[in-house]
Ligand binder design. Structure first.
Ligand code: NAP
Length: 279
């Protein structure tokens, strides 16, 4: 069997997904292609769907701006994607299109790989900075792996309240000032805002210099690899977790949904780091 995979979105010409999935195909001896299907932002999703059906793709990834819009055109949506409110992976199962969101599970897998001891701790307490699409997926996944406390700080408080309400647990919503004062109350602090992303690499959501060093600091931004937030954490002597590992593991989960094979990540995080540093 020769698979046909791809990515829809705009702009996607710099996407790392073809590299990642081609490596996965190599590693699992799977025959196939992974193409970029770039459609202008205003393209009606009906048109995109028509095209993908005509070329009979086996599965595809979805990125900005189509992650929500695609949901109307699917035959089935996985409960996690429903809760997250966005689909980033679709499988064509004998003509039936099923949507998933692999961000949260990918994030947790990357954390389990790098910080296995975190999952042996009780209680486990996380603070998420940001309440956008990625934060929503990560929140859902942390609930699934039984984090005891998951608080959220966001500029727009209502968005954080909406995520917490959805999960129906006793999560707290904080301001960034409150979050900054309470970093030591958590085992991990996860930075999911777009603050600090290239080209604004001097920006950071937490302004104080000294971070409590017993906490893991994670940033899901991967351009740059080492954000100002992670630099502050490292300077304070704290452990850090990089965003490009999430990118790999969310892709691994997508590949698994499409093919039933779970490729070994191996040294791919080092390889990806080198690619990103060269950009
Ligand atoms: P999103 O839905 O647009 O959410 C953006 C978040 O950033 C919101 O919480 C927003 O706050 C906050 N924000 C933006 N500008 C801000 C500012 N100036 N001050 C304070 N908060 C600000 O985006 P997303 O899809 O969640 O993605 C967020 C980041 O994660 C992006 O950098 C993206 O590249 C990265 N990401 C990485 C991976 C990976 O695999 N590593 C996967 C997905 C996303 P408001 O709610 O107040 O607007």
């Amino acid at each position: 069997m020769v698979y046909r995979f791809g990515l829809i979105g705009y702009p996607i010409s710099h996407s790392l997904s073809p590299w990642i999935h081609e490596r996965f195909m190599e590693k699992t001896s799977t025959k196939g292609t992974y193409s970029l299907f770039e459609f202008a932002q205003q393209t009606p999703v009906e048109e995109i769907v028509k095209h993908l059906k005509s070329i009979n793709v086996h599965g595809f990834n979805v990125t900005v701006p189509f992650k929500q819009q695609i949901m109307t055109f699917l035959d089935e949506i996985d409960p996690v994607a429903n809760r997250t409110g966005a689909v980033n992976t679709v499988i064509n199962k004998n003509g039936k299109w099923i949507g998933y969101n692999t961000d949260g599970v990918g994030y947790v897998r990357s954390l389990q790989d790098k910080f296995p001891n975190l999952f042996k701790m009780t209680p486990r307490r996380a603070l998420i900075l940001g309440a956008g699409g990625a934060a929503r997926g990560i929140f859902t996944a942390l609930v699934q792996v039984h984090f005891d406390q998951i608080d959220i700080a966001n500029r727009t408080k209502e968005k954080a309240v909406a995520i917490c309400r959805h999960a129906n647990n006793d999560s707290q919503v904080l301001s960034f000032e409150e979050a900054e004062a309470r970093l030591a109350d958590y085992d991990i602090v996860i930075q999911t805002t777009s603050v600090g992303m290239k080209p604004n690499i001097e920006q950071t959501i937490i302004t104080k210099e000294d971070f409590p060093s017993a906490v893991i600091y994670s940033d899901i931004i991967y351009q740059p690899i080492k954000t100002k937030f992670l630099q502050q954490a490292e300077k304070s002597g704290a452990p850090v977790h990089y965003g490009h590992t999430m990118l790999l593991y969310q892709a691994q989960y997508a590949f698994e949904i499409w093919t039933g094979k779970k490729p070994d990540i191996g040294m791919m995080d080092d390889e990806l780091e080198q690619i990103l540093k060269g950009r």
